[in-house]
Write a protein that binds this ligand. Structure first.
Ligand SMILES: [Zn+2]
Length: 84
């Protein structure tokens, strides 16, 4: 099974597009546009910037811990705990 880990993020501010590799072990909650330096955050109901602005949703919705995605703040805290 192949999971697409690359997603093209489109900046809602300047329209700049950048291909980014999505991490499989944590959500990308903040993303800084490489063109205009706007700090992107997920839209309400989305767990990460890839879900809100990317061409591909983040891969973690398939994981056993998908429950952490139900509420963005919990997904964010969970992502933090994973990285610690
Ligand atoms: Zn931008």
């Amino acid at each position: 099974m192949t999971v697409t880990l690359e997603s093209v993020i489109t900046c809602p501010n300047c329209g700049h597009q950048a291909a980014e590799i999505m991490p499989t072990d944590a959500c990308t909650y903040f993303y800084e546009c490489t063109s205009c330096q706007t700090l992107l955050k997920p839209l309400a109901g989305d767990c990460c910037v890839f879900c809100s602005y990317g061409t591909a949703k983040c891969p973690r919705f398939k994981s056993k811990r998908a429950v952490a995605h139900k509420a963005p703040i919990w997904g964010f805290l969970f992502a933090l705990s994973v990285q610690l």
